[in-house]
Every structure is written in C-alpha cells, then in structure tokens.
Design a protein around this ligand. Structure first.
Ligand SMILES: O=c1ccn([C@@H]2O[C@H](COP(=O)(O)O)[C@@H](O)[C@H]2O)c(=O)[nH]1
Length: 274
C-alpha cells in the first residue's frame, strides 16, 4: 500500500483509527471457544463489524505466539482474510523485531512476503544495519519504536546521550537512512507532551500512537500536537474496543466503541479543516 492510499482512506472514512487485535482466549465470549479456530472466529467477527470505522488493524504477534502453532495459524488466517476481503485497510504486525542484518532480513521476509503485512514494528536499539533489511521492501513500512507508551520509556528513551534525549537520536539518525520515506514511528499517547518536539524532527512521518483507552492517553492531546498536513496519525485502541463485551453481542459492542472513537476523530478533522 502507498501512503497516498492510506491518506485517501483516512479522508474518505474520516477516521485514523487502528484497531488492535490482541486476542486473549480468557477474554473472548465462551461460545467462541467451541469453534475450530476461536481466535480467527473472534477476529473475523470484530473485523466484519468495525472495518468501516477504522483504517488499520494491528495484531500484536505476542497474543498469537502465546498459543503456539494454533496461534500462528490464526494470525495467518487473519491477515489473509484482511488482504482478501478488505485490501484497502492498512495492516500492522506489531512484532517489535530487529536483529543483526541477515536475521532482520528473515524477519522482514516473514512479515512482508510470507504473511503479506503492510508494515511491522521494529526496535531501533541495534541500529542501522538491523533496520535496513526491512526498509528495502517497496510499499512496505517499518514502524520504529521512538517513544513508547509504557512507564519504562523513561528508563532509557528520554535519557540524554550527548545532551540529547535518546528518542531524539532515534528520530534524527533514522531519517538519514536509505529509504527513510518508508519509516513510520511509534509514539505513545501517554507521551503527548513530547509530540511538539517530535514533530519538529519528523514533521511529515506517520505516527502509530498506542495508549488511548486502556492506558489513559488522550485523543484530543495527541491530535493537538501530533497531527500534520496529511493527518499523519494512526491511533490504536485494542482492549478498549475488542473487549467492550464478553457476551454474544461482543462484535456490536466493539462496533459501538469504535464508532465513539471514529466520531471523535471526524469532529477533530472537521475542526482542523475549518
Ligand atoms: O509503546 C507501545 C508500543 C506498542 N503498544 C502495543 O499497542 C497495544 C495497546 O493496547 P491497548 O489495549 O489499547 O492498551 C498493545 O498491543 C501494546 O503491546 C503499546 O501499548 N505501547
């Protein structure tokens, strides 16, 4: 997918919502546990109920890896279903990979070629040669962890190295890499006060912003400081949407929660245009 296609979708749907598919078998309706593949059955119902309100889905691979082969098969079926039925939707494998070059090349192949995701999250800690293999794929995006939503982000990411916060080094250095136009960045919604500074360094890049809803981040604050001329934001909510109900009405409840966020986004877009 190209960024222009993503931007077109955002404008058409008046939404920059990304729904996180973090499936925990202890949290899904009991009736689904009788299905051959409960994880896929849950995802399919959530996707069919919410696809008109969001522009991206983000399965976090941890929730699939935790169930071994069955989990990975459910992930394969989920991405295949999205690519076949809703090809306009941007897909993110939240896998937080990154290793020495030849290993990263295999991760890139797994997520971009085998599974055919549009993007994958990558940790920047091992530097340029660990990220480059991901960047070599045309029309695929590498979403680099810049400033994460968790409290542990203050352990390293905001600490100064040569008088500059480490996360700023990540932004400044990565934007000089070959194919940097294929980079997007993770910035937690809980770190909205950093967004003004972040936008000074990467004014045009898309940001994947997790942390609204369950983690307490504010949609309004993120948009105030993080939005750019192309909107430039993908705001993720996982638990707040997919676990809105544990009863048989779970998909309708997810649709309602997604609608709340999409309506708030449409109002923000409307305000920003006038
Ligand atoms: O900084 C980060 C990076 C990734 N995540 C992931 O996003 C979702 C958030 O889920 P919620 O249920 O909406 O809190 C989850 O997959 C995280 O692993 C993040 O939260 N923060």
């Amino acid at each position: 997918m190209t960024q222009d296609q993503l931007i077109h979708q955002i404008k058409t749907k008046q939404s920059f919502l990304c729904i996180g598919l973090d499936v925990d078998l202890n949290k899904i309706p009991e009736v689904l546990l009788k299905e051959d593949d409960p994880i896929f059955a849950f995802n399919k119902a959530i996707i069919d109920a919410t696809h008109h309100l969001c522009v991206a889905y983000k399965p976090n691979t941890a929730f699939y890896e935790a169930y071994g082969l069955k989990g990975w098969k459910a992930l394969e079926k989920t991405i295949a279903y999205l690519n076949e039925k809703y090809p306009e939707i941007f897909t993110i494998a939240d896998a937080k990979r990154g290793d020495i070059g030849n290993t990263s090349a295999m991760y890139a192949k797994a997520f971009f070629e085998d599974l055919a995701f549009d993007s994958v999250t990558v940790a920047p800690y091992m530097g340029k040669d660990s990220v480059e293999p991901f960047l070599s794929f045309e029309n695929k995006y590498t979403i680099l962890l810049a400033l994460t939503s968790n409290v542990g982000a203050y352990d390293f990411q905001t600490k100064n190295v040569d008088d500059k916060a480490l996360y700023k080094h990540v932004l400044e250095t990565s934007k000089t890499w070959e194919n940097a136009e294929r980079l997007m960045y993770v910035v937690g919604a809980t770190k909205a006060e950093f967004l003004e500074d972040i936008r000074k360094i990467i004014p045009d890049s898309f940001l994947l912003v997790p942390g609204v809803g369950a983690q307490g981040g504010s949609l309004e604050e993120v948009c105030k400081y993080g939005m750019n001329k192309n909107i430039g934001l993908l705001i993720n909510s996982s638990r707040g949407i997919i676990y809105a109900s544990k009863e048989t009405d779970f998909a309708e409840a997810a649709d309602l929660k997604a609608k709340e966020l999409q309506s708030a986004m449409a109002a923000i877009l409307d305000r920003s245009e006038s």
